[in-house]
Design a protein around this ligand. Structure first.
Ligand code: GRF
Length: 197
């Protein structure tokens, strides 16, 4: 049974979906939720799910990314974490940290990678006139939003869609995709999960 740490920055809806799925015959258990912001709404949701939480506030480290990550590493090791799921975690990790967790760290990104790495993915898909949009779960490597793709969920872009309406319609798909990928990944199965919304 793998001990999974979930890193968040915001509301934590993906964290909740992952944690709720890690029961029964699932090969992992959510053992820790870490936020880089003490005000992250997901911390309260983790408490309600009785998952231990911690805060490592990146602002305490100013520009010292390695210092921030060294503290993260201590918190992860103290909890015996073996696998990391980034779930709406908005800090860019250094190559040193991603190398340490190579093959043991996943991320969800709200676009059909390799399209629209980085921010504002919904607005960029609309600006480009895309007819399909979606989300991707990938292994985390040194390059942002670039690691091996483990799953994608697609949905049609509708007339009148806005970045907000796309984000709202995509989130339930994220909550299906990420748990399915994590369950398969921890079972050692690298076949990609493909969903249509
Ligand atoms: C999600 O859309 C995720 O793809 C992106 O940030 C958002 C976080 O949502 N990285 P939540 O905090 O999991 O609710």
């Amino acid at each position: 049974m793998k001990r999974v740490g979930i890193l968040i920055s915001g509301g934590g809806s993906n964290m909740v979906a992952l944690a709720r799925d890690m029961v029964g015959d699932h090969p992992g258990r959510a053992k820790l939720v870490i936020a880089n912001d003490p005000g992250a709404g997901g911390l309260l949701k983790a408490n309600a799910l009785r998952i231990p939480t911690a805060v490592v506030d990146h602002r305490d480290f100013l520009k010292d990314r390695e210092g921030f990550e060294a503290e993260l590493q201590v918190v992860l090791e103290d909890a015996g974490i073996e696998m990391i799921a980034l779930a709406g975690f908005m800090r860019i990790l250094t190559p040193g940290f991603t190398a340490k967790w190579a093959g043991r760290m996943l991320n969800i990104h709200p676009s059909l990678l390799p399209k629209y790495k980085g921010l504002h993915t919904h607005a960029r898909a609309l600006e480009a006139g895309d007819t399909q949009h979606g989300c991707t779960v990938h292994e985390v490597t040194a390059d942002l939003d670039d690691g091996p793709i483990l799953g994608q969920a697609r949905m049609d872009v509708r007339a009148g869609d806005t970045p907000q309406s796309l984000a709202e319609r995509l989130l339930p798909l994220e909550h299906q995709l990420y748990p399915a990928v994590l369950r398969r990944y921890l079972a050692g199965d690298r076949r990609p999960v493909m969903l249509d919304g």
